[in-house]
Every structure is written in C-alpha cells, then in structure tokens.
Design a protein around this ligand. Structure first.
Ligand code: FPP
Length: 296
C-alpha cells in the first residue's frame, strides 16, 4: 500500500525543474548535532530544489523584548546568515528570501527604510568571505535600480564576486513586488510583440516565465512564512502556483537552520499532486446512474 506522502513527486507540469543532478555538494558533517538529528529523518532524494521564505516578525520580536524595531532587523540579518549556511550544508540549490518589498519601501518610515538599506550593505560587506567559504552564489531580484546607488554597487560587487560559486544560490528579493514583476514581464512580452518577434496568439506560460526575474530558477517547492501570518504578501505570485506552504508562529529573528530542516521534514510528509489524483484517490465511478444514486 502506498502511504500518504510517499509519492511526493508525482509528475510535475512541464517547466518545473526537479533534476537532482544539479544539486550542490552536501557538507552534512558541518551541521550542528541538533540539525544533524533532524536531517537524519529526511529523505535525501526528496529534498526540495527551491525554498522561498517570507521573513516576518522582526518588529514584533523586538517589541516583545521592549527593544527598538531596528534591533529586530539586526537579529533578522543574523538569522539570514545562519539559515543560508545550513541551506548550503544540505546542498539546497536555491534559497530565495523576501528581504525588502516594494510596499516596505513605500509605506515604512524613511528612517526604518534607511536603516534596512544600511543593514543590507553591512550584511553583504561582512558576509562576502563567508559566502565564498560556503560556495554560495548571491543574486538579487526586484526593482533594484530604485535602491540607493551605494547599495546597488555593493549588491553588484558581491554578485560578481560570488558568480562562479557552484553551491546554493541565495536570492534576495529587494524592492520586490510580484505584481510589479508581472508588469515588467508583460512589458517585455509587449516589446517582443511590437518588434514582431512574438505572435500574441502563440504566447505561452513559458513565454511569461522567461520574462520573470526568476527565469533562471525552478519554481519554489516550499514557501515558509514566519510569525504566523496566513498571507503571501505579493511574493512570487506566479511562481508559487504549486508550492507547498509552511507557516510557523516563530518570529524571523528566532528562526535557525534547524527550523528550516523541520519545515523540510513537514514538506516531505506531503503529497504533491499538481492537480492530479493522489495515490490513494480510489476508483473513479464511470456509471452515471450510480453517481445519481450517490448524490440523491
Ligand atoms: C519583517 O519584519 C521583515 C522585513 C521588513 C524585512 C526582512 C529584513 C531582514 C531579515 C533584515 C535584513 C536582511 C538582510 C538580507 C540582511 P517586520 O518589520 O515586518 O516585522 P513585524 O511584522 O513584526 O513588524
């Protein structure tokens, strides 16, 4: 009998990459003992390719401790480092973090936005050596051209310095909004149509995919949100069509590698069906008379 969760990878639709050959090398011996204990419960052949995280709760973490919000963000940056390094050790190919949304940029006080920008720059400066040591490749997505020039320059510097690394790709979504990503994608498609390179009648999902900021990566298998909110907050709306969602009450500054591994363990217990019928879906009734009896 097929147990629930055993058929994690029923056929994904075309375009969903699950090629295990591209998985970076693992360094399991470098996990801390608590992480190693959770890792031992995982099925290595069913690790996700791509985990995306909505990092939420920095402000509430600080508030609970009667601290200023910026200290929550500072601890949040530490959590980014810990979680990314655990991801690198288990050979996770893609980790995407929602670090700063378009809405954060427009709606937060200027002082907080300024602090987040300085924190990001310091983080990149302080972590470049660790990224090299951990074979991590940095990418940034979003309307990054609207960020302060010094932050953009630092991002480009670290992206360039880490571009030849072959381990986990850490993607930071910065000044990012999924709807504006779709607007940008549609503008790109419209240009192709106007230039007569694309027939509107023949536009496919693949054409939209290749204009997204994430065209080079598979869609997330798992989306984690911290701090208990049940929202997707304009994050990767196109890409999460078939993504499993895991919400934890834990605030982001308290989130560590072990919690990433626990979320992956939960993910491995699920059955992904991509709109099909599960392994234990039972017989399909083909006699219309019997269906009438069943519903009457
Ligand atoms: C949500 O907390 C988080 C953010 C606004 C952005 C995430 C930023 C970090 C983790 C720090 C820096 C990141 C990097 C990559 C160095 P919130 O302020 O919305 O929390 P709240 O909902 O409790 O107020």
């Amino acid at each position: 009998m097929q147990l629930r969760g055993e058929s994690l990878y029923s056929s994904p639709p075309a375009g969903i990459a699950t090629n295990p050959d591209t998985r970076p090398a693992m360094r399991i011996d470098e996990l801390i003992p608590e992480e190693r204990a959770v890792y031992a419960t995982l099925k290595p052949e069913r690790l996700p390719q791509h985990v995306a995280i909505i990092m939420d709760g920095n402000g509430r973490w600080a508030g609970r401790r009667s601290l200023k919000r910026f200290l929550g963000h500072q601890q949040g940056a530490k959590a980014v480092q810990y979680v990314t390094e655990t991801a690198a050790r288990i050979g996770l190919p893609w980790l995407t973090l929602y670090a700063f949304s378009l809405e954060n940029n427009l709606r937060r006080p200027r002082a907080e936005v300024g602090f987040l920008m300085r924190l990001l720059k310091t983080y990149l400066d302080d972590n470049i050596a660790r990224m090299m040591k951990n074979n991590i490749r940095l990418r940034c997505i979003g309307r990054t051209h609207d960020l302060p020039p010094d932050v953009q320059a630092k991002m480009r510097e670290v992206e360039e310095a880490t571009s030849r690394n072959t381990g986990t790709t850490l993607t930071l979504a910065l000044n990012y909004g999924a709807r504006s990503e779709l607007v940008d994608a549609f503008r790109g498609l419209a240009e192709e149509v106007c230039g007569k390179h694309l027939n509107p009648e023949r536009i496919t999902e693949e054409d939209i995919h290749r204009h997204l900021y994430t065209a080079h990566m598979p869609d997330p298998d798992l989306l984690i949100r911290t701090s208990g909110e049940l929202r997707v907050s304009n994050f990767l709306l196109w890409q999460i069509a078939y993504t499993e969602i895991f919400v934890t009450e834990r605030f982001w500054p308290d989130f560590r590698g072990i919690h990433l591994l626990e979320a992956i363990a939960d993910f491995q217990r699920r059955e992904r069906r991509y709109g099909a019928i599960g392994e234990d879906g039972g017989e399909v009734e083909e006699n219309p008379e019997r269906i009438k009896i069943a519903v009457s």
